[in-house]
Design a protein around this ligand. Structure first.
Ligand SMILES: Cc1cc2nc3c(=O)[nH]c(=O)nc-3n(C[C@H](O)[C@H](O)[C@H](O)COP(=O)(O)OP(=O)(O)OC[C@H]3O[C@@H](n4cnc5c(N)ncnc54)[C@H](O)[C@@H]3O)c2cc1C
Length: 222
């Protein structure tokens, strides 16, 4: 949005209200991009939990802070698994996320029901992303085939995650990590020393990001 405003409506402001205490991912890279490319345009405000929206007046209401009237508001509700998961009792973690066996993605609450993607309760440091959900799908499909044919599911699933962010129309930053199954703890753990974040935004990473997109679309959508 800021990239568009910079060119088309340079007096605009992008105000980001975050219920978190601080930026949760790629903090250094984002704050540098905001300073270098959008100084005075992006206003990040942590500890601002939106509790209501008056759509008639475009006014955001917060738990503790003063109301804010926006020209355009993009409100992201508090995240949780879909209603169907909550209403059926699949969302066993605080009635928000579905706990699963990471070898099969079978629900811990109900046998023969497998849950993938953003709806699951993740292991520590395990991100939620389309990239990860794609690999959940493959692990789950392989496990279901094994279970249906009387075999054990593959014992050591390993996932990589990459998340690219465009900071303008060409320059990109990424964060990456690798996660493997720990059979003793029966959970996924981050592989020590794996992954990391970009040293700086670059056009080369912009090309990588578009390559990533083409690949995952081809893989998921055929
Ligand atoms: C702004 C933003 C940027 C992102 N950028 C990236 C990125 O760069 N790279 C990346 O890898 N990931 C990214 N992600 C994360 C990625 O979009 C999610 O992790 C991914 O979409 C999760 O896939 P999913 O299939 O689990 O859930 P979803 O994509 O949310 O799909 C769930 C679907 O189920 C449907 N549904 C719900 N209830 C029912 C019902 N009862 N009956 C039928 N359908 C139902 C929903 O409508 C929805 O279409 C981003 C997310 C956001 C919000």
């Amino acid at each position: 949005m800021a990239n568009y405003f910079k060119q088309a409506k340079p007096r605009s402001k992008v105000v980001i209200f975050d219920a978190n205490d601080d930026i949760q991912s790629k903090k250094g890279l984002f704050t540098k991009a905001w300073q270098d490319h959008y100084a005075g345009m992006i206003d990040y405000r942590p500890k601002h939990k939106v509790v209501d929206v008056d759509a008639a007046t475009n006014t955001l209401k917060f738990e503790f802070n003063d109301d804010f009237k926006a020209s355009v508001a993009n409100v992201v509700p508090e995240m949780r698994a879909g209603d169907i998961a909550v209403k059926t009792g699949l969302a066993t973690a605080n009635a928000r996320w579905c706990e699963v066996d990471f070898l099969t993605f079978e629900s811990k609450a109900f046998k023969h029901i497998h849950v993938l993607g953003d709806a699951i309760q993740i292991a520590p440091a395990m991100p939620k992303s389309g990239h990860m959900a794609n690999q959940h799908g493959k692990t789950c499909a392989a496990a279901v085939v094994n279970l249906l044919t009387g075999h054990q599911p593959p014992a050591l699933p390993l996932y990589a995650n990459t998340c690219y962010s465009f900071i303008n129309s060409r320059e990109v930053v990424h964060v990456a990590s690798v996660h493997r199954y720990d059979a003793d703890r029966k959970t996924m753990v981050a592989v020590p020393g794996s992954g990391g974040v970009s040293a700086a935004a670059s056009e080369l990473e912009g090309a990588y990001a578009l390559g990533w997109a083409q690949n995952i679309w081809a893989d998921v959508l055929g």
